[in-house]
Design a protein around this ligand. Structure first.
Ligand code: G1P
Length: 293
């Protein structure tokens, strides 16, 4: 359990039906938040957290993700010819951003199955999982915060948020109690994927960031389809809980569900306001709209 967390898995084989029609042809992970695909935000978060190897679990029709992190000779040659050095540097930097491996999830059998597809590439060491839909704005990258917790506590760590009301049914939900020494930690005693509101064991919802011990793979191999008929990561982690400690972690930062149309609108406004090149102009524009309303 004391090995370093060097690898991050990005499950990206899903169909993205929540964002149709945009995702009919374009992978949802390639949808732009301001000017960057949401997948790139996650990859940058992982790299800024010390991750050395990125594994993207991809699927049919999602080759644009591979092309994005590859060299585009035609584009680069054109930019060079036109003397657009800044854009050329930007294009090249994406291609050399990280060591990335791809593995295909041949059937959409669920998040747990997607993570299991990365087993051989991860090997027998702890690893991070980042769901690209969840874009997290934080001073210290969310997955870095969680790697630090993993190293200190020697147990798998799941990012959590308090969700009030029936919206909890869209999440994996933890059972357990607050950790007496660290107010950000939650000692798990159970968890359930997408419970009915009345049956949710707490308001502690799992968000798309995990640091997992390699013991998860043996559990996922035995996991049978659960909620929605899919092999759920939550069910695999619940099985792991019988053998190892699992913690919920209230991360510092703000999470946006960019795989959802409304969540993407919120993220677009907030990320645009933070951009120095048009933050002031955009703020003035929004104020003008608010004045009209
Ligand atoms: C997945 C997980 C769920 C988690 C959620 C966070 O669900 O299965 O436990 O709460 O991500 O975004 P999905 O949103 O893929 O249905």
């Amino acid at each position: 359990m004391s090995q370093r967390v060097r690898t991050a898995v990005f499950p990206a084989g899903g169909l993205g039906t929540r964002f149709l029609p945009a995702t009919k042809v374009i992978p949802k992970e390639m949808l732009a938040l301001v000017d960057k695909p949401i997948l790139q935000y996650g990859v940058e978060e992982a790299i800024a957290s010390g991750i050395e190897h990125i594994i993207i679990v991809t699927g049919r029709g999602k080759g644009a993700m591979e092309d994005h992190f590859d060299i585009n000779y035609e584009l680069d040659a054109t930019l060079e010819r036109k003397g657009k050095t800044e854009l050329l540097a930007l294009s090249r930097s994406i291609a050399s951003m990280a060591r990335i491996s791809y593995v295909r999830q041949k059937e959409p059998k669920g998040l747990g199955h997607a993570v299991l597809c990365a087993k051989q590439l991860v090997g027998n060491e702890p690893f991070a999982v980042l769901l690209p839909d969840d874009v997290i704005d934080a001073t210290t990258p969310c997955i870095k915060q969680m790697i630090d917790v993993y190293e200190k506590e020697q147990g798998s760590v799941l990012a959590t948020m308090t969700i009030e009301g029936p919206a909890i049914s869209a999440y994996g939900v933890l059972a357990g109690s607050a950790n007496p020494t660290n107010p950000r930690l939650y000692n798990c005693t159970g968890m359930v994927e997408k419970p009915k509101f009345e049956e949710a064991p707490s308001q502690q919802a799992i968000i798309g960031r995990y640091v997992l011990s390699p013991g998860i793979f043996a559990m996922l191999e035995k996991t049978t389809p659960g909620a929605g008929g899919e092999i759920q990561l939550t069910d695999g982690i619940l099985a792991l809980l019988k053998e190892e400690k699992i913690f919920g972690y209230t991360f510092e930062g703000k999470r946006f569900d960019a795989g959802d149309k409304f969540g993407m609108l919120q993220a677009t406004v907030e990320f645009a306001l933070k951009r120095p090149e048009f933050g002031d102009r955009f703020r003035a524009y929004l104020k003008g709209l608010a004045a009209l309303a």
